[in-house]
Write a protein that binds this ligand. Structure first.
Ligand SMILES: Cc1cc2nc3c(=O)[nH]c(=O)nc-3n(C[C@H](O)[C@H](O)[C@H](O)COP(=O)(O)O)c2cc1C
Ligand code: SF4
Length: 687
């Protein structure tokens, strides 16, 4: 039963000519699938409809071929041929009564046009602004181009309607989208009636919305996603100027969609941004317009959501990541199942699917983007197979997820944990600076298995092969994790780093409370978050820290989670000395010798200790012991033994929860042989 405190979240809300059934608004988010995997993307949106969202949007949709953002894989609406796959998506969105929205993007200064080879057009000429500093410049739009662009928006609006959408969002936030480029002095240096005063910089938005209203406005709602602040003061579009813009044009769209000026700020990870971090920039804007307002802020708490509405800050609760981590968030609030909400941990792994042109994963929701490919549902498991019992060894993210999902399938599960707490690596990592929200990976699953009568948990149970052969479980799932190696073998070094004489610590040492002191070199050849987090930890603990990495960036791979800039800034603020493009080549009593990755020029850095953030080794001895005794399985009643997660191959936490879920789904399933283990779409051939 719903808690009456949350009733307000379920009030229907008008948006232009339409009414959303509640205030839960899934703002646009990409998924790495886009035009390449239209059915996978459509099914993912369909699940959100089932989960109770009132409004569901696509990701950004390239609305004309003269502006595209290859290599990123989003949606395309370039011609009528694109309509059927988009219609599949809008139909999926509407299955349970949600309004279906499409976000139209003309990327202007952000679109390098690598695929279409068209000359990019922007509000003012200049170098294309992408993540990769592409050596391409855009030409400025002339008056004929602007006329054409207005017509292309109308064409895209008509196609959106044919594709079955109810709402159109015009993209003008995150530094992306031509509307922001017109509004911002940083990207609009025009001297004509489209540049200069705010009135002039607003002209294009007014014209496009008027054109689109004439074309589709009687049946479709038009929303505008605007930047809350570009964070470059008067050089760009500031929060004060946004307020002036909305005050001047209050009734322009049917809804204002407020989102931060850069994507890094808007999708800020939990390490750097709290829930509702954008509140201060949003507060008061609603009073400037008669139109409803949606805002975002990694909202996972229904109390915070209700406060946003009751305080008059927002009309709609915008969610991207919380809707990925738990597509059933609205339904769970409605049914009074708050403790069942699978809260987003703010790790931004979902964004890496887009950044790497793979397909997105979610640490908390392993079924994300597998709804169509594998037929996985976030709340329902497939029927139990013909065996009955499973022993899961290890309660890290993989083991916990396996136990949870196996229990849902109906197996009798025994979960054996060597330590005294559930969570494995998360138990330690959640204590590192900024990572406390990551503990939700363990907390959610620990609570869920605690509710299941068919899961028994055994602590302080470090099992041997003899133990397992004596127990009589039919299926054995080994999820015993991994440990960090101390010898520096990773990418730069295929053999241990030579020398010695200086104390060497691993990330496990630090997480177990064995901390060095004095001057410490952190050598990061892992390149994800660990090196940066440990440097921060040591600085907090009073060490003088030198972070050395062979990469050109601190925590290089976090470029994909949009936090690399914030990590660098934080380390500088903490007093960490950052040494890039150098690798540690030898250890000695004085400290470490390092070499420039380009010239080989060597230098010595004196230190009292070295922390090796290199690679990890699977803790798979138990698995190997069992495999060596396969001949005894039959007598012991064992049907299968599998190794999953870090014990199989170390990776980010999302890889582990995926592995645990996959194990649970596939237990007792027929062997697929050489067949592909998921569905995919293949480009249709044309003459
Ligand atoms: C994986 C991912 C992809 C995104 N893609 C888009 C997009 O295509 N268009 C857009 O306007 N915002 C996009 N965003 C930003 C979100 O709409 C949202 O503004 C931001 O993530 C903050 O909301 P949240 O805290 O609820 O995630 C994306 C966010 C994520 C996490
Ligand atoms: S991947 Fe991480 S940030 Fe993204 S939705 Fe899942 S838990 Fe949240």
């Amino acid at each position: 039963m719903r808690d009456p405190r949350y009733d307000i979240l379920f009030q229907p809300q008008a948006i232009g000519p339409l009414t959303a059934k509640n205030r839960f608004y899934q703002v646009p988010h990409c998924n790495g699938g886009g035009y390449r995997d239209p059915s996978a993307a459509a099914a993912m949106r369909g699940i959100k409809s089932e989960g109770g969202w009132g409004v569901i949007f696509t990701e950004q949709t390239e609305m004309h071929h003269t502006s595209e953002i290859t290599p990123f894989i989003e949606l395309r609406l370039w011609e009528d041929q694109d309509i059927p796959s988009l219609r599949k998506m809008s139909e999926a969105m509407k299955t349970h009564g949600a309004l279906a929205g499409i976000q139209l993007a003309y990327s202007g200064i952000n679109g390098p046009n690598f695929y279409t080879k068209e000359v990019p057009m922007a509000v003012s000429p200049g170098p294309i602004r992408t993540f990769t500093n592409d050596p391409v410049q855009a030409r400025g739009l002339d008056k004929t181009d602007i006329k054409n662009l207005r017509r292309w928006f109308v064409n895209a609006a008509k196609r959106s309607k044919l594709a079955g959408f109810d709402l159109i969002c015009l993209y003008g936030a995150h530094g992306f989208g031509i509307f922001q480029h017109f509004l911002s002095r940083a990207t609009n240096q025009r001297g004509d009636e489209y540049g200069g005063s705010l009135e002039n910089r607003s002209r294009f938005a007014r014209e496009v919305i008027a054109d689109m209203r004439d074309a589709v406005g009687d049946t479709m709602a038009l929303t505008m996603r605007v930047s809350l602040d570009e964070q470059i003061g008067n050089l760009g579009f500031s929060n004060a100027e946004l307020r002036d813009f909305i005050a001047m044009n209050g009734d322009l769209p049917d809804l204002w969609d407020l989102a931060q000026g850069t994507w890094e700020d808007c999708s800020g990870p939990s390490r750097f941004k709290e829930e509702a971090a954008q509140e201060v920039l949003v507060k008061g804007i609603r009073a400037l317009t008669s139109r409803p307002v949606v805002g975002v802020g990694r909202f996972t708490s229904p109390d915070v959501m209700a406060r946003m509405v009751k305080s008059g800050t927002l009309d709609f609760i915008g969610c991207a990541r919380p809707s990925i981590a738990d597509p059933f968030l609205p339904q769970k609030i409605e049914q009074g199942r708050i403790e069942d909400i699978r809260e987003c941990i703010g790790c931004n792994i979902c964004i890496t699917g887009d950044m790497t042109q793979g397909i997105s994963r979610c640490t908390q929701n392993p079924t994300f983007m597998e709804e169509w490919r594998k037929g996985w549902h976030p709340e329902k498991m497939n029927a139990k197979g013909d065996s009955q019992s499973v022993l899961v060894v290890g309660s890290g993210p993989a083991g916990l997820e396996a136990a949870r999902a196996l229990a849902m399938r109906g197996y009798d599960v025994a979960l054996a944990e060597a330590g005294k707490t559930l969570g494995g690596r998360v138990t330690k990592e959640r204590l590192l600076p900024g990572l406390s929200a990551w503990g939700r990976v363990a907390d959610y699953r620990a609570y869920q298995i605690g509710q299941r009568p068919n899961v028994e948990t055994y602590f302080e149970s470090r099992l041997t092969a003899d133990d397992i052969l004596a127990f009589g479980f039919q299926n054995i799932c080994i999820a015993t994790g991994a440990h960090w190696r101390a010898d520096g073998v990773a990418r730069m070094h295929v053999a241990p780093i030579p020398g010695g004489g200086v104390p060497v610590y691993t990330p496990d040492d630090l997480m177990d409370g064995r901390l060095p002191s004095g001057r410490v070199v952190v050598f990061d050849d892992d390149h994800y978050y660990m090196g940066g987090v440990l440097a921060e930890l040591l600085a907090i603990k009073g060490c003088e820290v030198v972070l050395i990495t062979p990469s050109a960036y601190v925590s290089d791979w976090t470029l994909n989670t949009l936090e690399q800039g914030a990590i660098h800034r934080r380390l500088v603020a903490a007093g960490v000395k950052i040494v890039l493009n150098r690798g540690v080549t030898r250890l000695s009593a004085e400290g470490v010798q390092s070499a420039c990755v380009y010239t080989g020029a060597e230098e010595t850095t004196g230190c009292d200790a070295v922390v090796m953030v290199a690679s990890r080794i699977s803790d798979d001895q138990l698995y190997r012991d069992l495999m060596a005794r396969e001949a005894e399985w039959g007598d012991a009643g064992i049907r299968s033994v599998k190794v999953i997660g870090d014990a199989c191959a170390p990776g980010p936490i999302a890889w582990a929860t995926y592995a645990g879920h996959r194990y649970a789904r596939e237990l007792d399933m027929p062997d697929l042989g050489d067949a592909l283990p998921f569905r995919r779409e293949v480009t249709a051939l044309q003459d």
